[in-house]
Design a protein around this ligand. Structure first.
Ligand code: CP
Length: 358
């Protein structure tokens, strides 16, 4: 693998991603063959935000590969509660572990952690930004359940603004030719502009619609998401959005018999429980595919290299990121790093937020 860290799944080349999907399938078919593949290696899971699937499937993946695990799932039980910086935490944990999986409520945290970590870092979700190993879960599921990753009509429904799984999935599926995205949301929760720009620059297409029923007949995949309550500024704003899109048996009557229903989970109320018994529902199988995908990713990343000697710190830019949810707002020592986004715009290299040059 060329990349040391996985901040998004698009850090992997097409052939690297394909190799990981195929390795995940080989592990699934013969798990005993890989039971000692990571003997002596340690995974650290640093979860500053709640998780069921990502944290436990990372941990299970490492344990099933014969490795061991350390970490925290509540930063208040670590020295973060005493004010320790992200930089110091990953520097220290990188001296104990061989690989770090990190989840954090601030956007761009994994990219920031990777700057200082002496061991490879995997983004396990950074605020409403990206979630690459969920996308790995999704592509392993699609590859096995549909048999291809291109020329599909993919409906994404719900909180497309704050849903990090949506952003990572669109970025990755845009790299495959002929995919069409049907973006189903309220105007307030539509996909960020930088994600639309990525689709526009690809060999894929998108439409935005406001109704689930109207989108249903043409979909090969329906990717449902919950409304991300924790990303709203007020309970009132959340309540206005919650319950707008609910998938039930009645709506499914208009769908193709071959359509697959995916959901990153957790589900709140956007899929009626009766849909669980429809053979098109794949969201629980998806969680198992995710564990094999993470096994394949860990194994591949650990084969690459050991610890690196010193952190790579980039020169700071005179402008600062405007995104109030960017990690640079709280970890003040981080250098400002941008790429030019055209015109008067700068794109923050941590969170993808746009900053206007004034
Ligand atoms: N899909 C996902 O990220 O689930 P968790 O929040 O439970 O990890």
């Amino acid at each position: 693998m060329k990349t040391r860290n996985v901040i998004d799944l698009t850090d992997l080349t097409y052939s690297e991603l394909k190799d990981i999907i195929l390795l995940a399938n080989r592990i699934k078919a013969d798990p005993g063959k890989y039971a000692d593949a990571c003997r002596g290696k340690i995974l650290a899971t640093l979860f500053y935000e709640p998780s069921t699937r990502t944290q436990m499937s990372f941990q299970t993946a490492m344990l099933r590969l014969g490795g061991t695990i350390i970490g925290f799932d509540n930063p208040q039980n670590s020295s973060v509660a005493k004010g320790e910086s992200l930089k110091d935490t990953v520097t220290v944990i990188g001296g104990y572990a061989d690989i770090i999986a990190i989840r954090h409520p601030s956007e761009g945290t994994a990219a920031a952690a990777a700057m200082y970590s002496p061991v490879p870092v995997v983004n396990a979700g950074d605020g409403g930004h990206l979630h690459p190993t969920q996308t790995l879960t999704d592509v392993v599921t699609l590859y096995n359940e549909i048999g291809r990753l291109d020329h599909m009509c993919i409906g994404l429904c719900g909180d497309l603004k704050n849903g990090r799984t949506v952003h990572s999935l669109i970025k990755t599926m845009s790299t495959f030719e002929g995919n069409k995205f049907v973006l189903i949301s309220t105007p307030e929760l539509s996909v960020p502009q930088y994600i639309k720009d990525i689709i526009n620059a690809s060999r894929c297409d998108y439409v935005e619609v406001s109704g689930l029923a109207e989108a249903m007949p043409e979909l090969d995949v329906l990717y449902m998401t919950r409304i991300q309550r924790e990303r709203f500024n007020s309970e009132e704003e959340y309540r206005k959005q919650n319950g707008v899109f609910v998938l039930d048996k009645e709506k499914l009557k208009a769908a193709k018999k071959t359509m697959k229903i995916l959901h990153p989970l957790p589900r709140v109320d956007e899929i009626d429980v009766e849909v669980d018994y429809d053979e098109r529902a794949k969201y629980f199988e998806q969680t198992v595919y995710g564990m094999y995908g993470r096994m394949a990713l860990i194994l591949t990343m650990l084969q690459k290299e050991g610890k690196k000697p010193s952190p790579r710190v980039l020169p700071t830019h005179p402008f600062h990121c405007n995104n109030p949810r960017c990690i640079t707002q709280t970890e003040k020592y981080l250098p400002s790093v941008f790429t030019e986004a055209g015109g008067d715009m700068l794109l923050c290299r941590y969170c993808d937020g746009r900053t206007l040059i004034y």
